[in-house]
Design a protein around this ligand. Sequence first.
Ligand SMILES: [Fe+2]
Length: 447
Amino acid sequence: MRLLLLLLLTALLPAQDAFLVKPYLQLGEAPRVLANERLDLLWHTEDRDAAWLVEVKGPRGWIAQAAPTWRRLEAPPLPAHRIYRATLRNLAPGAQVPYRVKRAGVVVFEAAAHARKPGAHRMIVFGDAANGSKEQGAIAKAVAAAAPDAVFIVGDLVYGRGRASEYRTRFFPAYNGEEVPLMRSVPFLGVPGNHDVPFKGLGDAAAYFAYWSQPLNGPALKAGDPGAAPAIPGLHDAVVAAAGPAFPRMASFSFDYGKVHWTVLDSNAYADWESPALRAWLEADLKAAQHATWRIVALHHPLFQSSRSHMDDQWMRPLSPVLEKYGVDLVLAGHVHNYQRTAPLRFKPAKAGPRGTPVPGTFTVDEAFDGKTVTRAKGIIHLVTGAGGAELYDPWQTDAKASWQPWTRTFISDRHSFTVLDVDGRTLKLRQLDAEGRELDRITMTK
Ligand SMILES: [Fe+2]
């Protein structure tokens, strides 16, 4: 019996020892839909040499992928560790492709990757997520049960300060653990919120830049440039080094999934989207996205919202006219910890800023759109979907309609929730679900 146990333990040891963080999928450097899809696979290990190999299952057996690369992150309190990265290539669009990871010739991990779909797909969106609460865990489970093809987190990815040490305990176990092994099979995308960027006194903050792998096609900002995430020299050096070219550039980017173009904006207070450099990138990106059937903008700070909390943080409003000009359909935000949906809106700002107050201006509200019988929106629908785990804001407003802005159509802050986007050709179905899978809101949009 003892011998049997010993043998069993020896067999399990390689797999248990191999990872500090098990392999997880990212879109990597693949902004556009491809004939041969690819995904990045990342994992974390102790700071020790080992022979790693990733294989993808093809029609005639396992195919070895190019050797993984790695960077070291040495930012206390975690011990120095390695972030490995490999690219899974030549994936059939939309296929579920088995892959495996070998260490020293032994298979230590197996899963199947969902390659990007060229057409109909389900994207799940939520924000303000990994604070280690039971509500975060319940939403994670419900998200997995809803079977997304990909997940987008609208910022405040990890609390309290997006630290490497917090990713280890609050993020990866929730979305890539044994209970919810989701991030190993579908790519997670995200945008940094105010809790995900460099922070004074915390050397392992801003781990977003080291741990995520997303397209580096945003504004060509270098460290120290106006509008770039401001890292403190001598404090954030380790994270910046481990991030390589991702810092600070990965804060904004764009990508396509199916026939949807996503423009992802860093809305943190240091990023002034009125500046010529950032504005030129945004216009060029939206102009080049006219091929897409749908255009979505995702960012952390909402342009329009009704919660008493963070009322003053609506500084991104002056972008509305340019988003309207290029036919953006939906703006998805977080920051405010609840769910809100507006009527289709057009907005003319009276002036840009100042920051710290909702930017004033004039609204044109599409009163006819109801998402049921009238489904063509004249204007942009703005969603706050920041109820992914962190403590909810202003639950009393759920039933206090008089406290909502006149263009807010739904406001739910008495429970945590997430957004399901089912996009099929010229129809987009949007649903808001709670942790029990109950439907809180639903609209259909058509073109
Ligand atoms: Fe936030």
